[in-house]
Design a protein around this ligand. Sequence first.
Ligand code: B12
Length: 477
Amino acid sequence: MKLLLVNPPYQIEKYYGRVAKLGFNFPPMAILCLAAYIRDKGHEVKAYDFQANEEDFFSLLDDFKPDVVGITCHTALVYSTIDLSKKIKQVLGACRIIVGGSHPSVRPQDLLAEGSIDIVVRGEGELTLLEILEYLEGKKNLPDILGITYRDESGALIANGDRPLIKDINTLPMPALDLLPHDRYRASPDMRVGKKVMMLSTARGCPYRCTFCAMKESFSQTYRSRSVENIFKEIDFYVQNYSADGLFIVDELFTANKKRVLEFCNLMIEKGYSKSISWWAQTRADCVDDEMLKVMRQAGCRMLSFGIESGVDRLLKSIRKNITIKQVKNAVKMVNKAGIDARGSFILGLPGETFSDSIRTILFGLSLPLQRLKFGLATPFPGTELWDIAVREGKIKENEDWDRFSLMAGYTKHEAPYVPQGRTSKQLRTLQLIGNFLFFIKPGTVISVLRYYASFGDFKGLLFSFKEFLKATFLRK
Ligand code: B12
């Protein structure tokens, strides 16, 4: 079978508005993982990323004439996915269109209603996509394929049973980065830990269940990790073939298993990568300690990103983050003591959040010795409990406008995606701008950002980012 996997156009301006230019552009991990798996099964696979490929998509479509086009989709990509599918069907009517990702996994109807998309894959996609290809080869019956939703002849939506998760993810091949123009990707300047930063997924899922997180739709509340030996096959490959000197570890929670982290770090040191590769990972305030952080720094860890979310213990409890302000203070202090930069992401406008709660969250964020910080707005993504709360409060419309689901709405024309009782969108948007600006002008931030740019001699980039951020904060359009 000929399969073309696509990352559709992501109009970042819609979601990041005036700070879009400060964004980063990373290769679409989902597409690369699926491509590697299906190619390994003997099918002919190509990939196309509208955020990176320069050649014209429709010329490729015409040259390759794929039997199947697979499109990855999260909420910010719903409209562009449908629009692209319509155009594909107009030029290649016989081609089957399959869509998967965090949004279609929970709301397949949003993607199937228009009619151009044939099948939605819910959850983890490797095995399901393979079976769909076997079905198109006449080797399998559609009703027997787990993890899909499709329309039958009468147009009714048929949802087959859920696909069990892959038990051992070490059996999966490494992402097929060779299928996309990897030199077209870049980390955002203030987070760039190397000249050649590669994305690395060392585990799938997260054992925690925060109410605002939409991750569980892909990997439901599980945590499956790759062995350190398996991970280093990929790192070795990136060093030998792409001269990688930076890693962006995309796991939701890299430090879930301390023993594995220490094993990973000791091998980074043993292989000498600790001197040539800097890396960035995500964690929680209750999943780090002095011993682990010390070894992580020695192993080249340059930045750790914490989901801190709020400066109010009551709210941390209500969103089931299950960390405390005290733990956050302690964790950030430990990270800095280890010589690792700390990044904190916060959410303003959580259910039950009062005006003084928002002020406490902003003051708490500014009081922490963080080198990077982002105040985002509560966004009720489908499949989250926050979505269920918003539905109960009558804040979700039947035909929703998915363009308004942006964490950075304060910099866009959109209202805040979720407004707690007694609050206003205007208030939340303004607080987001003030909070991010006050952090931006903290001397510690300026010095830290300067250090990152200086290490790449990228002063042009520095001036550009400063100018863009000031414009984004003060200019209304
Ligand atoms: C890494 C990551 C990022 C990275 C890189 C993304 C990338 N380029 O791949 C960065 C930091 C850039 C990022 C940014 C954003 N992200 Co993000 N991101 C993630 C994260 C943590 C891991 C994604 C990943 O690598 N998964 C590994 C791959 C293998 O798994 P997967 O993507 O789930 O794909 C599997 C299945 O979904 C399915 N599948 C997916 N696509 C397709 C397509 C087909 C055809 C088929 C058959 C199957 C299929 O099969 C895949 C393999 O099993 C996820 C959480 C998660 N675990 O899903 C959040 C997540 C996807 N991100 C999310 C969001 C909201 C964003 C932002 C919009 C946030 C923002 N700041 O505004 C931006 C959007 C930027 C963009 N360019 O699109 C949300 C999406 C929620 C939603 N309903 O839209 C998630 C779920 C996080 C969350 N906790 O809620 N993100």
